[in-house]
Design a protein around this ligand. Structure first.
Ligand SMILES: *Cc1c(COP(=O)(O)O)cnc(C)c1O
Length: 357
């Protein structure tokens, strides 16, 4: 069986070594030494400051919305994982969907201004498949209308844009370190902000809003992550170069093998580095997509319709909204099997099956 994703696992012995330290210290969670070490290492690796390791990428988004004190409408993308939208609703705000750009699949910045009302407070957009949003255009709009900007960078680990980390853009950027992401800590995530005060507020929110021995300063939650998770993050970080080069190889093998196949790849933003989190394709038609899925299934190979359906037209807690480009793209978008353990020969086999249709 070839799944769509499979978690990266480091050598068990290396993980065990860190677990032994946890057992000796008997310090399991609440910002222990490994969680702090991971934060420091991530800051170094990604070249960012003010990074906080949190429970997961969903809580990271919730914390970002809470920390920025957002109440009202948040402009967002319908082409993302459901957590991008559900956290907005969960935090008591109203998502306002803006269609995506047909070529790079991120929110279409040229359509944002038309969606702004007196109640708009922020823009929450996703760097889709690690491909950066039009951060410059979004920044200009945000300044003009006094809006906050949150980037869901769940796919964007390691991406740099114009020489700096993509997590440096916007007021707060978030990431997911879930087991299926390209780099992970089993469950986990982080928030990054350039603003020191905001970082301190996020720290308090992560810890129930506690500000001192007997004082509370914010409405908080439990966004802390454990030593066991941090240990996985620390060990996996040692392999980040290997992970990157293997994924690059698989990516290039797919691209080479699928030459002539009736599909296009999202166009990567100029000035951005690639981090190869997925192998996405937009096929010529939904009909072709269903045929490909069937043909691969025959060989026990699995693909994922990612993202499908559009978040603007499928969530039972929101009114249905049909956005032209998103509806069209979501029907034709797939991610092919893509993970560290996948072998080049399997990629070639998948390409052969697809091209032989
Ligand atoms: C994975 C993902 C999330 C959620 O992250 P978790 O760590 O699973 O909570 C949010 N947004 C996007 C775009 C994702 O891919």
């Amino acid at each position: 069986m070839i799944p769509v994703v499979k978690p990266f696992l480091p050598p068990f012995e290396e993980y065990k070594l860190l677990l032994e330290g946890i057992w000796e210290r008997c310090w399991l969670t609440n910002m222990g030494p490994l969680a702090t070490e991971l934060e420091n290492k991530l800051q170094k690796t990604l070249n960012v400051s003010n990074l906080l390791f949190v429970t997961n990428g969903t809580v990271a988004l919730q914390m970002a919305i809470k920390a920025l004190d957002l109440k009202g409408e948040i402009i967002t993308t319908p082409f993302s994982f459901v957590a991008t939208t559900s956290t907005i609703v969960w935090e008591g705000c109203t998502p306002v969907f803006v269609d995506i750009d047909r070529n790079n699949l991120t929110i279409d910045a040229t359509k944002i201004e038309k969606a702004i009302t007196a109640n708009t407070v922020a823009i929450l957009a996703t760097h889709v498949y690690g491909n950066p949003c039009d951060v410059e255009a979004i920044d200009i709009i945000a300044k003009k209308y006094n809006l906050k900007v949150i980037y869901d960078g769940a796919h964007a680990f390691g991406v740099e844009y114009k020489g700096k980390s993509i997590f440096e853009y916007g007021d707060i950027s978030t990431c997911s370190l879930h087991a299926t992401k390209l780099y992970h800590s089993t469950e986990g995530g982080f928030v990054v902000t350039k603003d020191k005060d905001l970082n301190i507020k996020l720290q308090r929110i992560r810890n129930f809003g506690i500000s001192g021995f007997d004082t509370f300063s914010d409405l908080g939650l439990n966004g802390k992550n454990s030593e066991v998770h941090a240990a996985m993050g620390i060990v996996n970080l040692k392999y980040i170069e290997n992970i990157h080069s293997k994924r690059k190889l698989l990516y290039e093998t797919y691209t080479e093998g699928l030459r002539g196949f009736a599909a296009v790849q999202p166009i990567w933003r100029e000035g951005a580095t690639m981090n190869y989190p997925y192998y996405p394709l937009v096929l010529e038609s939904e009909e072709l997509l269903l045929c490909v899925r069937e043909a691969l299934l025959q060989e026990d190979i699995h693909l994922r319709r990612y993202f499908y359906p559009s978040l603007a037209s499928s969530l039972p807690y929101l009114p249905e909204q049909l956005l032209e480009v998103t509806e069209d793209i979501a029907k034709r978008a797939i991610c092919l099997p893509f993970y560290y353990d996948l072998e080049v020969k399997d990629v070639k086999r998948i390409c052969k099956i697809m091209c032989g249709m």
